[in-house]
Each structure stands twice: as structure tokens, then as C-alpha cells.
Design a protein around this ligand. Structure first.
Ligand SMILES: [Zn+2]
Length: 365
């Protein structure tokens, strides 16, 4: 099977296991899927396989276009058609469904979760909506697809932006959430987790020794800190020039800068550090798709009703990024080769670099 699919299967497998141990899943009522829009598919947990027997190869690829299973004999999760409709309507990269206790309570009592705290507001612009109940005929026939359609209807009728409100309560059922564009999350988490290693590598190439005037970890911490302001700035720019064009510009710029950063390893440390800061800022600059990804760091600690919803959003690319980076680095010659670092940065940035072309291709401007 092609490498993109195996990497996705790996990430989906891990995400489902983490979901199972997060305390958000009762029994086997939960699933995560991750999409690769360039490959035109998403990967989801199979149905009818016990959690402890699951391996990455069990994860089922499904075509975004036809909804057909691709190259697997297993049946995809029973919620697959809901995931499919969400991918088709929303520009998201991962979908998570749980029956987490508190969110399900809200869903079954058909109450939206009101925005009453700052943490909620950090991740959701406003209340978390609840759909209308499905009609008897919608329940009887094609229930899973209709669940997806009723979510899409809720967002369309109430004019909600799925990026601003990345989750919903399905009336009488449970929550569905979706996360960041996987391409973007892949770049963010991939670059974050390999930043210190890259700096250490670059420091070893510096002449004269001893390389950098500060510890690699200190430089990385400063770059991360500074980059936070970029998401606020990015939001301002998005308001002025429009969200879609801004995402395209930021993605193309971050993808390109990543490659230049890889190339810069043997250059003067001041240039390396400056490029790293610029790169980190560009990766953070598209804030709306990021909000979800940021919480992925601590899913186990987040337990409240709303918490349960967004803690897992943006998960997909977050898990995929560091793995893709490492695999590319190894495949291209290992951590001692400048070319390998260039290729690793290109690999995590590839989704972002491709984004403007993909958008043009599908006419989503
Ligand atoms: Zn369910």
C-alpha cells in the first residue's frame, strides 16, 4: 500500500488508541478518522475488531468521492458515512466522535453548551450547537449519512463557520468534532517536535566552534513564544484580506520557508535562528485552523463537557507530523545530512505547499 496511506493508518491507529485511554470513550463508542485530501481519501477504524486486537493495517481507507472502501476487506466503522458527509461539507482534516459522558448528556437533553468560560471561548466562537432531532424516516433509512447531513444543515441554516465552531452535539446522540486542516497541523507538530534536533545539528556545523551562543532548547523556546503573537497577527490579516486567500498565502510561505530553513543549517547561526523564528511565525500565522490543534497536547487532562469535545480536535495532523518528519529524515540520509533535513521540512510542508494548487483544482477559492 502506498506510503501516504500507511502513515495515515499509523496515525489513525494511534489516535484511536489514545481516544480509548482518554476517558472520553465508553466501551467502543468512539472513533477518529483522518483525511488526506490530495490522495482523495480518509482513514477510519474498522467495525467489529476489538480495541486490543487493532493494528495500523486494520485501519480502513475510504474514498472521499465515492465513499467506497479502498484496498481493505474490513468493514469501516458504522459511523463512516457521518464522517464522509462532514469531510465533504467542511474543510476539515480529522473527525472525532465519542460518547463522552458530559457532552452526551447535553446531546441527549438537546441543550447547546453555552459559552461561559474563557477556555471554551479559546476554542469555540460561541455556543456549541445542538442539531434538530432526526425525523423517523431519517432514522429508519440511512441513519449515519443523515446524521452527517443534519450537522451540515445546522451549520448552514445558522450560518455557523465550522472553523470557528469545530464541533456539534447531535440531538439524542452524542458529540462530533472536527479539527484543523491536517496539512497545517502536520507542519506545526512536525516542526515543533524536530526543532531542537535541527538546531543541535546546525550548531555542529557552525564555524568557529562552539556553534550557537545559546542552548538549542532556549532558542526553540523563544521561537515558539514569539510565534504565538503571529496567530493574533494572522487573524488580523485574515479579517482584512479574507480568510481563504490568507490561508493560501501563509501556507505557501511556511512551506517554502521550511525548505530554506533546512538548507540554512550550515549558515551563520544568526541567520539560522532568524529563519527559525520566521518559519515558526508563518506556521502559526493561520490561527483559525490552529486553535483546535493546540489543545491536542493534553487530551487526558481535559474532561469537562466542552473540553471533551475539543480536546481531540486537530489530533490527526498532530500525530502525523512528527512521524512523517522522522521517516523522511531517515529515508533521505539521516540526521547528519543537510539534504535530509531539507527533504524532511519539505515533507511536512508538502500539504501546505500543495494547498493553493489543490484549491485551484477544486475551485474552492
Ligand atoms: Zn455514536
Amino acid at each position: 500500500m502506498n506510503p501516504t496511506i500507511s502513515a495515515l493508518q499509523e496515525a489513525v491507529h494511534r489516535a484511536n488508541l489514545e481516544l480509548a485511554t482518554s476517558g472520553l470513550v465508553m466501551g467502543t463508542f468512539g472513533n477518529v478518522s483522518i483525511a488526506d485530501r490530495r490522495a482523495g481519501l480518509f482513514v477510519i477504524k474498522p467495525s467489529g475488531v476489538a480495541y486490543d486486537a487493532l493494528t495500523p493495517a486494520h485501519m480502513v481507507p475510504v474514498s472521499l468521492k465515492s465513499g467506497d472502501v479502498i484496498g481493505s476487506s474490513l468493514r469501516p466503522s458504522s459511523d463512516t458515512l457521518t464522517h464522509l458527509e462532514l469531510y465533504r461539507a467542511f474543510d476539515c482534516g480529522a473527525v472525532v466522535h465519542t460518547h463522552s459522558e458530559f457532552a452526551t448528556l447535553f446531546a441527549q437533553t438537546r441543550r447547546s453548551i453555552r459559552c461561559m468560560g474563557t477556555t471554551h471561548a479559546d476554542y469555540f466562537r460561541g455556543d456549541i450547537p445542538v442539531t434538530r432531532p432526526l425525523r423517523p424516516e431519517e432514522v429508519a433509512d440511512d441513519y449515519e449519512r443523515n446524521t452527517g447531513l443534519v450537522i451540515v444543515e445546522t451549520f448552514r441554516e445558522r450560518e455557523l463557520d465550522p472553523h470557528q465552531v469545530p464541533g456539534v452535539l447531535v440531538a439524542n446522540h452524542a458529540p462530533f468534532t472536527w479539527g484543523a486542516d491536517a496539512a497545517h497541523a502536520m507542519e506545526l507538530f512536525g516542526s515543533r517536535s524536530w526543532m531542537v534536533a535541527f538546531l543541535v545539528f546546525s550548531a555542529g556545523l557552525q564555524t568557529p566552534a562552539p556553534g550557537f551562543p545559546w542552548h538549542a532548547a532556549t532558542i526553540a523556546a523563544v521561537a515558539n513564544l514569539v510565534s504565538v503573537s503571529a496567530s493574533i497577527l494572522g487573524n488580523e490579516i485574515a479579517l482584512r484580506i479574507g480568510r481563504r486567500p490568507w490561508i493560501m498565502i501563509a501556507m505557501a510561505a511556511s512551506g517554502t520557508t521550511g525548505i530554506v530553513l533546512g538548507l540554512s543549517a550550515p549558515w551563520h547561526w544568526a541567520i539560522v535562528a532568524a529563519l527559525l523564528v520566521v518559519y515558526s511565525m508563518l506556521v502559526m500565522a493561520e490561527s483559525a485552523t490552529l486553535t483546535a490543534g493546540l489543545v491536542a497536547a493534553a487530551p487526558a487532562e481535559l474532561r469537562g463537557a466542552a473540553m471533551g469535545l475539543y480536546s481531540l480536535a486537530g489530533f490527526g495532523g498532530g500525530l502525523l507530523g512528527p512521524v512523517v518528519f522522522g521517516v523522511a529524515l531517515d529515508a533521505a540520509g539521516g540526521a547528519a545530512s543537510v539534504a535530509a533535513w531539507v527533504i524532511a521540512y519539505a515533507a511536512i510542508g508538502s500539504g501546505c505547499l500543495a494547498a493553493p494548487f489543490v484549491a485551484r483544482l477544486y475551485g474552492r477559492g
